[in-house]
Design a protein around this ligand. Structure first.
Ligand code: ARG
Length: 486
C-alpha cells in the first residue's frame, strides 16, 4: 500500500490534485489486489466524471518508470473505481523480506498473558469433558506465544475441594495403608463416596470436616493427601502429555492457600468483607446489572475456603510471581457466574491491574445430543475415549493396523483436538468418532495428511517458500493474503 501510495502522490502532484491518496485492499479479489476510490470524491471538486478522473490518474501513473516495478495492471472500473494488480516480483520480494514464518507479525510484545486451563481435579478420574479445557487453553497459549506475547500457564489443580475429604474418609474407613493407595483405588473410591455423600448428610459433614482440617495444615492428613495427589497427578500428567498439552507450573487450589490471608487482609482494608448467615461474602453486583449478581462466597461459616477463595488467592500468587497484564481462564461455560464474581472482586479490592477474560466452552455430547456416554452408559474416562478413537481408526483399513503406536497416538490426538477446535467454542458439540476419524473432509486426519503431503512436495522439489514462479491464480491469491496479514 505504501509503494502504491507513493505513485499516486506523485501523479496527484503532477495533476494539481490536492488530496492525500487513499489506497485500500480490494473488495473484489476477482478483479484486483488493491483499489482507490478517490475519483468519486474528486468528481465534485473537478466537475468531471469519476471515469474521466480515473483515466487521467491512470495515464499519469502509467507514464512513470517507477510504476513498472509495482503495478502489473491498473484500470478504471465503472463507475470510477481504480483497480490495481501488483507485480509478481513485488509480491515475492515483499513476502521474502517478512520474518518467515511470522508473516509480518511483530514478534516481541511487552505484555505477559497468564493462562489458566486444564483444571483437572485431583482424585477424580479425567472424563471426556476434561479434554476441552486443556485442548482449547493450550491452543490459545500457542497462538499468543506465536504472536509474540510472553505466556505463562498454570494447570490450576482442583486439589483442595470436597473430593479430597471424601477420598480421605474412604481411606480411613477402608483402613488403607499409604502404599495401598493407587489409581485403581481412587477410581473406585471417589464415585462411591460422592454417591454416599448425596444420600448421607452425616458422612458429607465428616468429609467436609476432613477437607477443612487438611486446609488448616493437619500433618497426619497431609501424609495421605500427598500420596493421593501424587498418584492422581502422575496419571493426569501422563494423559496431558499424550494430548501434547503442557504447563509452566503445576500449582493449584492447595498451593494457593498460603495467599488467602493476604487476600483477606486486602479485602478487609477496602471494607469489602461482610457476614451473611455466618458466611463471609463480598457484594459484587452493581446498579448497571440487569439481574442482580449474587455475592461472592469468600469463606464458609466454619471458616473453610472454597472455590472462589482459592481462585482469588491464586491471583494474588500469580501477581506476586509474574504480575501478568492479562489473565485468560478456560473453563466450562457454566462457571461464568463464578468467574464474573471473582473478577469483580479482584477489581474492587485492586488485587491486580490486569484485564481478565473468561473463555467458556460448551459440553461434549453424544450422537443423541445428551452428554457423551460410553456404550455401557457411563460417562467415559478420557483415556477410554482415546482408545475408542484408536480402535475405530485401526478398524478403518488394514494399513492403519500396521502403523506404529507412536504415529497412531498422534493421529488419535489429532482427531480429538481437531474435532474440539473446529467448533465455535461456546457451542456444545456432538462427538461422533466415525465422522471425526474420516480421512477426507474437515477432520484431524485430513489436516495431518495435507500437512505431510505439502511437506513432502516441498522437500522433494526443493521449493523455497516464495520462489519467483507464481503457479496459478490460487497461488497468487494466497500470496496476496499472506502479504496482508495484520
Ligand atoms: N477444577 C475446576 C473444575 O473441574 C476447573 C478449574 C478452572 N480454573 C480455575 N481457576 N477455577 O470445575
Amino acid at each position: 500500500i505504501k509503494k502504491i501510495t507513493v505513485l499516486f502522490e506523485q501523479a496527484y502532484k503532477n495533476l494539481g490534485i490536492d488530496i492525500a491518496p487513499k489506497i485500500v485492499l480490494s473488495n473484489r479479489e476477482d478483479l484486483c489486489d488493491y483499489q482507490c476510490d478517490d475519483a468519486f470524491k474528486l468528481a465534485k471538486v473537478l466537475h468531471k466524471s469519476p471515469i474521466d478522473i480515473g483515466n487521467m490518474i491512470i495515464d499519469e501513473i502509467s507514464k512513470t518508470d517507477a510504476s513498472k516495478d509495482v503495478i502489473e495492471k491498473i484500470e478504471v472500473y465503472t463507475p470510477g473505481f481504480i483497480n490495481i494488480r501488483i507485480c509478481a516480483k513485488l509480491i515475492n520480494d515483499t513476502l521474502n523480506s517478512l520474518t518467515v514464518p511470522h508473516f509480518g507479525i511483530p514478534e516481541e510484545k511487552q505484555e505477559t498473558v497468564f493462562f489458566d486451563y486444564g483444571g483437572p481435579n485431583v482424585a477424580k478420574p479425567l472424563h471426556v469433558g476434561h479434554s476441552r479445557s486443556p485442548i482449547i487453553g493450550d491452543a490459545l497459549k500457542r497462538i499468543y506465544a506465536y504472536a509474540g506475547y510472553t505466556t505463562k500457564s498454570d494447570v490450576h489443580l482442583g486439589d483442595s475441594g470436597l473430593q479430597i475429604g471424601q477420598v480421605l474418609y474412604g481411606i480411613f474407613r477402608d483402613n488403607k495403608q499409604l502404599d495401598e493407595i493407587d489409581l485403581e483405588y481412587l477410581d473406585k473410591i471417589y464415585p462411591e463416596m460422592s454417591g454416599l455423600c448425596k444420600v448421607d448428610e452425616g458422612i458429607k459433614n465428616k468429609c467436609e470436616e476432613l477437607t477443612f482440617r487438611l486446609q488448616k495444615g493437619d500433618a497426619e492428613l497431609e501424609k495421605y493427601y500427598n500420596v493421593i495427589k501424587n498418584v492422581s497427578v502422575t496419571e493426569i500428567k501422563r494423559v496431558f502429555d499424550l494430548l501434547g498439552v503442557s504447563f509452566d507450573t503445576w500449582e493449584g487450589e492447595f498451593t494457593s492457600l498460603k495467599f488467602v490471608d493476604t487476600v483477606e487482609r486486602k479485602l478487609n482494608e477496602k471494607g469489602l468483607l461482610q457476614k451473611s448467615q455466618g458466611a463471609t461474602i463480598v457484594e459484587v453486583s452493581t446498579e448497571d446489572d440487569k439481574k442482580p449478581l449474587p455475592p461472592l462466597l469468600f469463606k464458609k461459616s466454619n471458616g473453610a475456603c472454597i472455590y472462589a477463595t482459592t481462585d482469588l488467592a491464586s491471583i494474588e500468587q500469580r501477581v506476586q510471581d509474574c504480575n501478568p497484564d492479562k489473565f485468560i481462564y478456560v473453563a466450562d461455560l457454566r462457571q461464568s457466574l463464578h468467574f464474573e464474581q471473582v473478577f469483580r472482586t479482584v477489581k474492587k479490592a485492586d488485587l491486580s491491574k490486569a484485564t481478565f477474560e473468561f473463555c467458556g466452552f460448551g459440553t461434549v455430547n453424544g450422537k443423541d445430543g445428551k452428554p457423551f456416554k460410553t456404550r455401557a452408559g457411563n460417562t467415559p474416562k478420557l483415556v477410554e475415549l482415546l482408545s475408542d478413537i484408536k480402535e475405530n481408526f485401526i478398524s478403518l483399513k488394514a494399513e492403519n493396523a500396521q502403523m506404529n503406536d507412536d504415529d497412531l497416538n498422534k493421529i488419535v490426538v489429532g482427531i480429538l483436538k481437531f474435532a474440539d477446535l473446529q467448533n465455535y467454542r461456546e457451542k456444545d458439540y456432538i462427538f461422533d468418532v466415525e465422522q471425526f476419524s474420516k480421512v477426507v473432509g474437515k477432520t484431524g486426519p485430513y489436516i495431518m495428511y495435507t500437512y505431510l503431503r505439502l511437506n513432502k512436495i516441498i522437500l522433494e522439489n526443493q521449493i523455497t517458500p516464495f520462489n519467483d514462479t507464481i503457479y496459478n491464480e490460487y497461488d497468487r491469491s494466497l500470496r496476496i493474503k499472506l502479504l496482508n496479514i495484520k
